[in-house]
Design a binder for this molecule. Structure first.
Ligand code: ACM
Ligand code: ZN
Length: 532
């Protein structure tokens, strides 16, 4: 007889010997150790058996399990199952986005009702195997063993995101793909891609070639470790062609990650205004910014040509990105220029608006309705709430949580990313052990982990909180190594907040599992920081 016992609560889990527990991140809803059952073991004869609905996920899994094991892992769709096989099975009884994973009787069976769910189950199976399974090179002689368990799991939130700023520093296709692989391993499913800002325009727009010809380079950047001084080193042109964008979007989609692009407007637009100064209130000339901070120059909301250009850009962006949401920024747009601009003042009068702040609301509403007419929804930083917002538009709360709470109360969907708990570009608080700096702001993994996105949101409004996101602004991130240091393991804390029911989260248990996760990072070649 097999003995079963449920690991239903963290308390019960803590009572068991730590070594007996698989180190899963994010923690599943329910893990039952099948004591006495035959464990699962991948062997040279193992196959991946899948129904046709999950053939793509099964093929990706096989391709990712081959390098470390050196096994052939053929794909089979005949339904015949033998010991050592991995089985992908469809069943409507499993919640959307979730899965059931069993590894007893020597077979790994992942059951799900949809492709996202079976993919999540595969990520859990990978974590049950030795950490070397993440390696790109064979580990010969290793026993690829997984404990006998039954896992029932499904996500808490639909939006489990990381944000990547490529305007301040450009990372390139290889770095982004590696980030997407790491995100998938954490069941993170949204990449919010910040492609434009004052310091550089990073996406090819066919109708406006000067955006990248002029806007994708700058004369200087902030000096490493002394941000008040320009380094005098020309930067760029760096940008993604539309072909590269499509390749990255497809790579993400294979991993069940939605890429949500951001075109930040009407502020943070100096790279665009450098290329097309007529779209500003003053006419320029400008160059892309090297320094951090908020630029006075913003897009002229009184110019019909500027409004038309914004819509054209969003049209090309919508063609490249199939995401439900398109991010239109809306943050940090000073009204100095609008207050002094005859065209902006004329718009305020013509539209019957009170002032420049309501002009911002008009501008955002115009873009949101344009996206709606294309079958999409707009999302923007919490400033877009000021002065009113079309109903289908979602809000990303970054200046603390007040904006997100207010948005949820007025029936807008909200993604929580308050800077004091979700800005992963801040220093992880490791003191002398931290080779990468962020001036004047620290955010420890424990502080990230302690955040609950529904804190302060009335219970009835909590369904409007659709998720959580960790942000990686790159003013002080130059490339892959420092990017990964800032992203992990704090991104694992974000992943667990997004996936695991709040009542089951526990920092002490997360620390134990994060130690195993560190070994996986090493196998993946990720330059992760220590947890604390
Ligand atoms: C932001 O950090 N300006 C959204
Ligand atoms: Zn103007």
């Amino acid at each position: 007889m097999k003995k079963r016992f449920a690991i239903l609560t963290v308390l019960l889990a803590a009572a068991l010997t730590a070594s007996a527990l698989p180190a899963l991140i994010p923690l599943p809803r329910s893990v039952v150790a099948e004591e006495g059952a035959e464990a699962f073991r991948l062997s040279p004869d193992s196959a991946v058996v899948s129904c046709s609905a999950f053939a793509r996920e099964a093929a990706l899994a096989a391709s990712q399990l081959r390098p470390a094991t050196g096994y052939a892992l053929p794909m089979r769709t005949d339904g015949k199952v033998r010991g050592g096989d991995i089985v992908f099975r469809k069943s409507g009884s499993v919640p959307a986005g979730g899965y059931r994973l069993t590894t007893d009787d020597g077979i790994a069976v992942i059951t799900a009702s949809d492709r996202a769910g079976v993919f999540a189950g595969y990520q859990t199976l990978r974590q049950l195997l030795p950490p070397q399974i993440y390696a790109a090179h064979p580990h010969e002689g290793l026993v690829w063993h997984a404990p006998a368990v039954t896992i029932e799991d499904s996500p808490r939130f639909a939006w489990r995101g990381l944000h990547l700023d490529e305007s301040r520093h450009f990372m390139g296709t290889a770095v982004v793909k590696k980030l997407l692989d790491a995100m998938a391993a954490h069941k993170l499913n949204v990449l919010h891609w910040h492609l434009t800002d004052d310091q550089g325009w990073r996406i090819e727009i066919r109708k406006y070639p000067d955006l990248t010809r002029i806007g994708a380079r700058r004369d200087s950047s902030a000096t490493m470790w002394d941000r008040w001084v320009p380094d005098g080193v020309p930067y760029g042109p760096y940008y993604y062609t539309q072909e590269q964008i499509r390749e990255i979007v497809a790579y993400a989609a294979e991993r069940h990650i939605t890429v949500v692009p951001e075109i930040d407007m009407p502020g943070h637009m100096r790279a665009l205004l450098s290329a097309y100064p007529a779209m500003s209130c003053t006419g320029g000339p400008f160059g892309p910014r090297w320094m951090w901070g908020i630029d006075e120059e913003i897009v002229c909301a009184g110019s019909d040509a500027a409004i038309a250009m914004m819509k054209d850009i969003l049209d090309e962006v919508a063609e490249l990105f199939p995401s439900e949401y398109i991010h239109i920024g809306g943050d940090e747009a000073p009204k100095t220029r609008w207050n002094a601009c005859p065209k902006c003042q004329a718009r305020i009068r013509a539209e019957g608006l009170r002032d420049a702040h309501h002009l911002q609301s008009w501008f955002i509403g115009t873009m949101a309705r344009h996206l709606e007419s294309r079958g999409r929804r707009a999302i923007g930083w919490d400033e877009i709430l000021e002065g009113g917002l079309p109903q289908g538009t979602a809000v990303m709360s970054w200046r603390g949580t007040a904006g997100g709470i207010a948005a949820a109360k007025s029936g807008h969907r909200v993604v929580m990313t308050p800077s004091d708990t979700c800005y992963l570009n801040f220093s992880p608080g490791l003191g002398d052990r931290d080779p990468y700096e962020y001036p004047d702001a620290t955010l420890t993994a424990e502080k990230v982990y302690g955040y609950n996105p529904t804190d302060g949101v009335p219970r009835a409004m909590q369904p409007y909180v659709i998720g959580i996101q960790g942000n990686l602004w790159t003013e002080y991130i130059w490339g892959r190594r420092d990017l990964e240091w800032k992203a992990w393991p704090r991104g694992a804390a974000i992943a667990e907040i997004g996936w695991t029911p709040q009542a089951q989260r526990d920092w002490t248990d997360f620390r134990r599992r994060a130690a195993h996760q560190a070994r996986r990072y090493a196998e993946m070649g990720i330059n992760a920081a220590p947890l604390e």
